[in-house]
Design a protein around this ligand. Sequence first.
Ligand code: GRF
Length: 221
Amino acid sequence: MSRLRIGVLISGRGSNLQALIDAAAKPDYPAEISLVVSNRTDAAGLERARQAGIPHRVVAAADRQTFATETDRLLREAGVGLVALAGFMRILDTGFVEAWCDRLVNIHPSLLPAFPGLHPQRQALAAGVRFSGCTVHFVRVEVDTGPIIAQGVVPVLEDDDKERLAARILAVEHQIYPMAVRLYAEARLSIVDGRVIIAGHEAPEPAALINPSEPFASAPR
Ligand code: GRF
């Protein structure tokens, strides 16, 4: 079986990169990480790549265009078929996004289209939503937009702060990113009228989530 070669772009901690590394370590996973690119020399994720024996490069170009040209060249040299942004904190050049259109995915810690941009967990707490979560999506030029592949939902609790909510969401990110990349690698995703259709899509269980849970809602007054 030939595995899809993926390139992962990071800027920091790299826990989503690690989730992809761990998934790809399983023999039946249909993708492998061929290259990790960081825009920062101090990204902890670079060490994760090193430990996993994955080629990794820093492209610290100051301007957006040079970053895009150099990164594009490295990805093509590595024979990459899918680029996964994983905590990549730099806005990508429009030409790069267009060149990799439908072969470029991102993970964002909110239920898009709610709370795009910076500090989505803080935005969720400020809005008082009862659920938040994470989204894997194809990347389009507008930040945190694009056809949605997968989402995971977590409850927001009354005593949450940004860190607690972020940690709860992150645990789900680590599940859905490898899953979404698997679906892509298995060629099960198609984009129709801006929506992702998944071949063999399974409806999730349970069918509905309610927060607060019902016993609390029906407690004696
Ligand atoms: C994650 O929450 C990701 O969704 C967001 O930035 C964070 C990166 O975390 N885009 P890590 O570097 O993968 O640990």
